[in-house]
Design a protein around this ligand. Structure first.
Ligand code: AMP
Length: 210
């Protein structure tokens, strides 16, 4: 197994890219830290209870809490798989924890989208609570309004996708996650794609870069 990290602001399209390319290639496994955490919150596990407040406020949950979840997923992953890590690491401490897990890092791909485009993207974002597919009311609408193409569930707006919380999430990204760009550049692992080309071209650019 090896790992490709998707780096980028909330709403940059990391999840859309990872779910698109992994659905077409069984060797790619999409692991979203946000989905793991939302799953734990929905199930009411101890980890979910501990994470909920920070998530609702657009802040990061404790490093060890999310790192343990990622470690568990890595432990249960077998075979010749490239894991597309979406949303982890989110700060330098988490990057160090990941390194200590010992799985080879293939590359880190920054999905670059200007801040101005992010707020609009998140405002139009709709998510499937069942299969986690992502949509956008204009850029990537479902075939039937409000209904997931893949599993037929009713689409929802994520609780932390409201404009106030989005501002806080962007601040957290700039302050805590952006330092990872320099961190991975120094290690010679960083690649960059323009994340503003539409879903199909974004995915192609990602595959070519990773
Ligand atoms: P996301 O779906 O990646 O935007 O994540 C949603 C929320 O989950 C974030 O705003 C954080 O509260 C939390 N979260 C996701 N990944 C991490 C992480 N690696 N470290 C800390 N908190 C995280």
């Amino acid at each position: 197994m090896n790992i490709v990290i998707l780096l980028g602001a909330p709403g940059s399209g990391k999840g859309t890219i990872a779910s698109r390319i992994s659905s077409e290639n069984p060797q790619l496994k999409h692991v979203s830290s946000g989905d793991l955490l939302r799953g734990a919150v929905a199930k009411g596990t101890e980890a979910g209870k501990a994470a909920k407040e920070a998530m609702d406020a657009g802040q990061l949950v404790a490093d060890e809490l999310i790192a343990t979840m990622i470690k568990d997923v890595i432990a249960e992953t077998e075979g010749d798989v490239t894991m597309l890590l979406d949303g982890f690491p989110r700060n330098v401490k988490q990057a160090e924890i990941l390194e200590a897990m010992g799985v080879p890092l293939r590359s880190v791909v920054l999905v670059d989208v200007p801040d101005a485009a992010i707020e609009d993207r998140i405002a139009g974002r709709r998510t499937c609570p069942e299969c986690k597919a992502g949509y956008h009311v204009r850029a990537l609408p479902p075939k039937v309004e409000g209904i997931c193409d893949k599993c037929g569930a009713k689409l929802v707006v994520r609780k932390d996708d409201n404009p106030e919380t989005v501002k806080d999430r962007l601040k957290v990204y700039h302050a805590q996650t952006e330092p990872l760009i320099e961190y991975y550049t120094k290690k010679g692992l960083l690649r960059r794609i323009d994340g503003d080309q539409g879903p199909v071209k974004n995915a192609e650019a990602f595959l070519a870069a990773m």
